[in-house]
Each structure stands twice: as structure tokens, then as C-alpha cells.
Ligand binder design. Structure first.
Ligand code: C2E
Ligand code: CA
Ligand code: CA
Ligand code: CA
Length: 278
């Protein structure tokens, strides 16, 4: 345990002087992880607030690291973004998630999936073709796929991001703005971005019962999104009361521990079966 702790510290939480060497380790480590399929995907259900029915799942990746154990995305996504590995990582997640989606389809379940897209993908004009190829490879309709993008990814190069998003939209993929309200100058971009959905960040929804300003922000974002004809997903919904408040406010979709935490594919299938039979 001591050795793991020491290694964990030196590899993933470097001091400034160690930053470069540590990054090289992360790069080769992550490359291997992608080659050896060490990244595992978890699925978190979303429910339609009007019917209570499951309407899809967000794909969230974890790294089953041979020595460090199961690592959450906060431990490696930032490094992947910094080192250019986020593009192959996004491809990996897309490919494995679509394969799972097709497997579920064959057993009679059509579960639309949402995949998180790294910032750099939005600046790569070939990304839409890669998405089209992956859908074709797995024999899936573009409508099963929602891509979640963040405001900061758009703001880095709004013109190119708009081109990439427009191409993706033309393919028939749904687009969602993630973590809305946590970045900068987001409202201006909302007007011109070809997106279908807004996700209200959990920093607002989780506290809305107890914190008046979080509640006010959530209500304002809902109004804004609906005026722009976007569907709204509230993430981080942990309790029944918040669920009811959001339903009363006319929010469209909920996601959060209240429904389920993210689950490995087989546990997700069991969860879905139990829920459908119940
Ligand atoms: P995100 O896209 O905002 O994902 C939602 C995060 O909130 C997930 O954390 C999820 O487990 C957590 N969450 C869901 N419901 C609740 C709740 O009711 N309460 C609380 N407290 N938390 C909840 P996770 O899985 O640790 O992912 C963290 C972030 O890592 C994600 O934030 C996303 O930005 C990034 N990420 C995860 N998987 C991928 C991926 O495949 N590609 C890329 N580019 N980023 C990813
Ligand atoms: Ca997300
Ligand atoms: Ca989010
Ligand atoms: Ca978030």
C-alpha cells in the first residue's frame, strides 16, 4: 500500500519540477491503457421527467489501472487533454460504447447513449467523419448517439467548433452542452451553436433545495434553454424532493444518484431489467 501511495503521488500528482517527467509516464501509460483496453465504461441512466421512464444513459469512463486500481476520470482526462491523447481516448470510448449499444439492441433494448467529447475533437475537421465511420461500423443509426461538449471547448475556437458541430448535426447525431453555466460568456454562444440539449451542472441542481441562489440559477437556465427550444437535462439529482421540484418546473430529463450511480454494463443491464419488470 505504501508503495502504491508513493507511486501514485509521483506519477499523478507531481510537483512543478516533476511535471514533465510525470507527463511522459502518463502518456506511455495511457497509450498502453488504450491498447490493452484498460479503460472501462460505466453507464448512468437518465429518466424522462414526465413519464419516469429511462430514456438513455451517459457513458463515463474509468481506468482499471494494473497497479493503481480503478481510477476516476478526474485522474486522467485532464492529462489526456494536455497531451493530445484525448482524441484516441474519445475514439476508444465511442467505439466501445457503440459496440455495447449494438449488443443491447440485439437483445431488444434500445438505449440511446451520450458520450463525452474531449475539447480537441471539436477543433478537428475529421472528427465528424470518424463518428460517422464508427456508427456505420457498428450498424447503428446516428439518432442513438448524443455527444456532450463543454462550453470551454467551443470558446477555444468558436468558428471551427461551429463547423464541426454543424457537420455532426447533419449526420443526425444529437448535441448537448455539458456543465452549462460553469464556463465563460456561454449565453452568446448558445444562440449560434447548433445544439439540441443543455445539461445543467450539478453544482446548481444538487444544492437547489437548500440554497436559494442555486434554485434561482436552475430556474433561469431552464427558462433560457426552453426559450431557445433546447431540451434540458438536470444532472446530479440526488433526492426525490429535487426530482419533484424539477418536474414542477418543467425540466425534461433527470440524471443522478436518485435514479442510479454510473454502473458497469452488466450491472446496468440488470438494473434496467429489474426496473422494467417492477
Ligand atoms: P460530467 O460529464 O459532468 O459527468 C457527470 C459526473 O457527475 C460523473 O462523474 C458522475 O459520476 C457524477 N454524478 C452523476 N450523478 C451524480 C449525483 O447525483 N451526485 C454527484 N455528486 N455526482 C454525480 P465522473 O464519472 O467522475 O466523471 C467526471 C468527469 O470526467 C465528467 O463530468 C466528464 O467531464 C469527464 N469524463 C468522464 N468520462 C469521460 C469520457 O469518456 N471522455 C471525456 N472526454 N470526459 C469524460
Ligand atoms: Ca457529461
Ligand atoms: Ca456534466
Ligand atoms: Ca460536471
Amino acid at each position: 500500500a505504501a508503495k502504491r501511495g508513493r507511486l501514485g503521488t509521483s506519477v499523478y500528482e507531481p510537483g512543478l519540477d516533476e511535471h514533465h517527467a510525470a507527463q511522459l509516464t502518463v502518456i506511455s501509460d495511457l497509450r498502453r491503457a488504450l491498447d490493452q483496453c484498460e479503460l472501462v465504461l460505466h453507464y448512468q441512466p437518465k429518466a424522462d421527467l414526465r413519464t419516469g421512464e429511462v430514456c438513455g444513459a451517459e457513458v463515463l469512463c474509468r481506468w482499471q489501472h494494473p497497479t493503481h486500481g480503478l481510477l476516476g476520470p478526474d485522474r486522467f482526462i485532464p492529462a489526456a487533454e494536455e497531451t493530445g491523447l484525448i482524441e484516441p481516448l474519445t475514439q476508444y470510448v465511442l467505439d466501445h460504447a457503440l459496440a455495447q449499444c449494438q449488443a443491447w439492441h440485439l437483445t431488444g433494448w434500445d438505449v440511446p447513449i451520450s458520450v463525452n467529447v474531449g475539447a480537441q475533437c471539436l477543433h478537428d475537421m475529421t472528427f465528424p467523419e470518424q463518428v460517422a465511420a464508427a456508427l456505420k461500423h457498428h450498424g447503428l443509426d446516428a439518432a442513438v448517439l448524443t455527444l456532450e461538449i463543454t462550453e470551454s471547448a467551443i470558446i477555444a475556437d468558436p468558428h471551427r467548433a461551429t463547423d464541426v458541430l454543424t457537420r455532426l448535426r447533419e449526420l443526425g447525431v444529437r448535441l448537448s452542452i455539458d456543465d452549462f453555466g460553469t464556463g465563460y460568456s456561454s449565453i452568446a454562444y448558445l444562440r449560434t451553436m447548433p445544439v439540441h440539449e443543455m445539461k445543467i451542472d450539478r453544482s446548481f441542481t444538487t444544492n437547489m433545495r437548500t440554497d436559494a441562489s442555486s434554485g434561482a440559477i436552475t430556474r433561469s437556465l431552464l427558462g433560457l434553454a426552453h426559450n431557445l427550444e433546447l431540451e434540458v437535462v438536470a444532472e446530479g439529482v440526488e433526492d426525490e424532493e429535487t426530482w419533484s421540484v424539477l418536474a414542477a418546473l418543467g425540466c425534461d430529463i433527470v440524471q443522478g444518484y436518485c435514479l442510479s450511480k454510473p454502473l458497469p454494463a452488466d450491472e446496468f443491464a440488470t438494473w434496467l431489467r429489474d426496473r422494467t419488470l417492477a
